[in-house]
Design a protein around this ligand. Sequence first.
Ligand code: SF4
Length: 323
Amino acid sequence: MRPTVGVMNCNLPGHFGHHRYLRYHDLQSAQYGGRVQKVSLNAGFTCPNRDGSLGRRGCTFCNNAGFTPAYLHRLRGVPQQLDEGITRLRDRFPNIRHFFAYFQAYTNTYGELESLKAQYEAALAHPDVDGLVIGTRPDCLPEPLLEYLGKLARSVPVEIEIGIESCNDTALRRVKRGHDFAASVDAIWRVAARGLPVTGHLLFGLPGETRESQLEAAATLSQLPLASLKLHQLQVIRGTAMARDWRRNPASLPLLGVADYVELVVDFLERLSPTIAIQRIGSEVPARMRLAPDDAIPLSALQPRVATRLAERKTWQGRLFQG
Ligand code: SF4
């Protein structure tokens, strides 16, 4: 049976079960009656920042191989990828109750409507798939597509992930995103108006950001109808424009070390609305793909570091939020 649609909110600052921030995975487990796991897909899409519509070189930090599971690079169709992904995940996590097909690589709403629908519906036709998660850019969400997804979401969970990356237009220009923050604001409101839960993707430490601008982002994003956020620390990935710049002059790109990143995340969470769930607390780039920083630690170690600092500082998500 497919689970019902929607995201629960918790309005009690500091009251997040045993935790000090609102954990998306706990909400999902409670809502769907068990663990939900995303199955990453590479459906062969491109992106306007690579196909020449906006640019050919992509965002300066982007090398999708850094974020896509290795097995996806040699697989073809969506059903085959789901078969292999689900088998692998079941081996690792036998208690998974639901699988959501995760259109992750590149811009998964960029294409003709009929061909997009065919990909999404191929995923939903898989007998083990209970929902969709679709990752995209804010400037690739046309109304006809949202109308279709809004209708689809009446019968099956559909979540949209939007690459906001930054609320700071200077930083967005520096990394050649090809859109400004206003595009993200517009997209988040339009997607949410269709009843679709929106997750925002943020990158901390972009060139052009300051500590203050990143903390202001917590207040800015709290005014938007976001269901959840994914937080990431900037890492320099091999094969990117940023990697070339960093090799020429590492000092031109001051990267956040683990301790500074943890402190920034805690400060950010304090200012963030307690109703926005946290889906990720950092990035994990395979070591073979990462050029810098040197002191990166696995996500499994980063999460406890954040939890420990929240406890040491006797603080929690939303403590300084002014709604
Ligand atoms: S980060 Fe996303 S929008 Fe930017 S180049 Fe990569 S796929 Fe395209």
